[in-house]
Design a protein around this ligand. Sequence first.
Ligand code: GLY
Ligand code: MN
Ligand code: MN
Length: 425
Amino acid sequence: MLFAEEVYKGRQTKVSSAWKDLLGSSDLVLVHSGVAVQKPGGLDQTYDFLPHPSYFWLSGHRRPEGVMAYSLGEGWIEYQRPLSPVDIVWEGAEGNFECQHSLEDLKKKISGGTYKRILHLGQPAQGLASDEIIRELSIRMDQVRRRKGAEEVRLIRQIADMANAGYTALKKSLRPGITERELQLHYENAVLLAGAEKMPYGSIVGSGENAAILHAVPTAKKVVAGELVLVDAGADVEDYCVDITRVFAVDGQFTSQQQEVYDLVHQAYKESVKMCRVGTQWRDVHMRSARVIAEGLKQWGLWKSSVDAVLESGAISVFYPHGVGHLVGLKVRDTGNPENTNPKRYYGSRLRVDLALEKDYLITVEPGCYFARAFIEDQAIRENYKDHINWPEAEKWKTFGGVRLEDDILITGGDAESLTDCVPK
Ligand code: GLY
Ligand code: MN
Ligand code: MN
């Protein structure tokens, strides 16, 4: 287990008190780890198993088919499918541990008649029911899970150091002629050697125009002097992760135009981080970041209408087409889904997080400014924003690429703290 036994006991206690008024004596809640998925076509292996984060967070265990059961009468009990010697011969005993209760015991408990209502959370084999009570239990567990403990913060800082080893290696290898893919390999090799288990998401490396592709998959394209390279890559240990974006000049020196865009995004970043305080609505952070970017674009002659009009119309989302950030920590999208099933748009961007910040939340701040050819050349978009965007001016920018800066920001009782500031920007 990653953390001491008491950490998991403490988490279980917090969740049970958050659920207290929702459950009766005949309710049994089952938080499922999930089932490993077989690879298709007769392959005798499964995909890498990712335990449901709620189960993993509660138990510290990563095996498929695990169940953390909770009832008012018995508290928390974990159930596992025992590994047979055959399982161990084929797959090894990694993640094996003594579990006093088997899935057979759980079946007996369920059929015993004490529990009238069985509530499945996590990743049940039959899928999540859409009951109001399931939603409420999930939301309350997420609310507990969202506040990062000191042990999680310490681990995430260590993971940031692993990512920093990757950024250092990548910068050392960056020169005209190297490919995006080679940069990815330099990054990932150093991150893995520094102790990470895997990448938390497909590493993003985009050079030149590709820097405007939000999730650019690294290609065989060679980077060219004078171009920008955008790298959005992290590191992962047992699903704890960091999510970081930095932008580099291929030849180590930004052009004056690149520097202006970089400074603008940096300004949006700094103003956003300053707003990351207890009680702030996340949408207000997004809207502030969008206003800063819109004001910069105004100076460069990209708008035909006022900054207020480009924000209200959503025209800003042509150059800043995503939200300012998302919860992060245990996986790159951490908690919040049940509370944000219908994300609303603010200034044209759909925000997956629409809640007030509280102490110990960990959230990315990642404003960006991009000149995406696919948007600039799209006739429907041009028509839609013809009163707001100076399209002949935008045309001149379509080979520029884009800039995004991203760190993982911890909300404290005072000023926010970046857990990824070991990576220079
Ligand atoms: N790494 C993808 C993102 O920034 O959310
Ligand atoms: Mn992110
Ligand atoms: Mn990212």
